[in-house]
Design a protein around this ligand. Sequence first.
Ligand code: ZN
Ligand code: FE
Length: 239
Amino acid sequence: MKVEIIPCLQDNYSYLIIDETNNDACIVDPSEAKPVINFIEKEKINLKYILNTHHHFDHIGGNKELKRKYNSIVVGYKYDTGRIPEINILVEDNQIWKRDNFEAKIIHIPGHTTGHISFYFFNEKIIFTGDTLFSLGCGKIFEGTYEEMFASLSKIKNLPEDTKIYCGHEYTLQNSKFCIEHDPQNLNLQNKIIKIKEKLENNAPTVPSTIQDEKECNIFLRAKNVESFSKLRDLKDNF
Ligand code: ZN
Ligand code: FE
């Protein structure tokens, strides 16, 4: 398996998970169809599955067109059938979703939306976290509670440290400014910021990150309890 990063819209990332033995692929969160189609046509990829982390338009915008063009199957959260367009396969918390050579554990991570899920490809040690965990940040709490978001982040935090994190947006540099303001002595964070700037200067994405990096540097994962987490989340909303 390899992961191809497809930049979409302003600052979204969609991800193609490609099975190199047969060129079958899943797309995670196609914000829009066009950049995905361009890549697929060029590389002769069979787009078999569309995996949605949540229903926001910048994560599902390409569902309809991609499904129509490639006959792909749409996978999404069981209780979001009303708001994930073209959904075919309904998944729920802790379920193993397995098709062809693709195998992922579904982890329900509410907070940003009530139906937000992540796809954890445990064999490859990669996770797609949508708008729940970003590199050096976390999603805004739109539908859930602070408690839910804190619990969701804790679930992700407990995965193996070398798990690679692919998140929904390129927000890393902006997020780093908030982290360093509230955690100025953190050497790991200082070093990570240097690497982030290098990547961006070379027009490279700052993803994937790792669980280890985020535990060391992401102030939201470093919050000890829901009270301090909530305070940080409020401060970030006005940052
Ligand atoms: Zn969102
Ligand atoms: Fe988003």
